[in-house]
Design a protein around this ligand. Structure first.
Ligand code: FEO
Length: 162
């Protein structure tokens, strides 16, 4: 049985993962409208991954006989002035998610809930990967600046994500 404190924290995280999904879907639709179809593809895959993250926690809460409470999803931005702006937002957001995950790991430790701590380890590792990926794309976009050919090529690269 899941401790109430942890159940609440995991429910908040489920909502945060869905909010992340919504944010990346918004980025995807924005760049599709701007004709950057590679970026639209990249963010659409990110949208799907975030839903998987939420489902992973949902399944876990249920497996521990906890109660899943789906809360409303807050509004997200709908426009970005450039690809760089969107990836800077992505990195900033992922850092917030990392801090939240670490906080829940802390609660699991306090409660001596080793199963939850173990489940969260997957998310700890995933966040390292997500921050690193966003940072690498930011570095490339900073090098490119406003160079049209560079943007065209990076968009093609982003379109290869499956
Ligand atoms: Fe589910 Fe991007 O963290």
């Amino acid at each position: 049985m899941l401790n109430k404190n942890l159940e609440n924290a995991l429910n908040k995280q489920i909502n945060a993962e869905f909010w992340s999904a919504y944010l990346y879907l918004s980025m995807s639709t924005h760049f599709a409208s701007e004709g950057l179809n590679g970026a639209a593809n990249w963010f659409k895959i990110q949208f799907k991954e975030e839903q998987d993250h939420a489902l992973k926690i949902i399944d876990y809460v249920i497996s521990r006989e906890g109660r899943v409470e789906l809360a409303p999803i807050d509004k997200v931005s709908t426009k970005w002035e450039s690809l760089l702006a969107a990836f800077l937002d992505t990195l900033e957001h992922e850092k917030v998610v990392t801090a939240r995950i670490h906080e829940i790991v802390g609660i699991a430790r306090e409660e001596k809930d080793f199963a939850t701590e173990n489940m969260l380890q997957w998310f700890v590792n995933e966040q390292v990967e997500e921050e690193e990926t966003a940072q690498k794309i930011i570095d490339a976009l900073k090098l490119i600046g406003n160079n049209g050919i560079g943007i065209y090529l990076i968009d093609k690269e982003l379109g290869k994500r499956t």
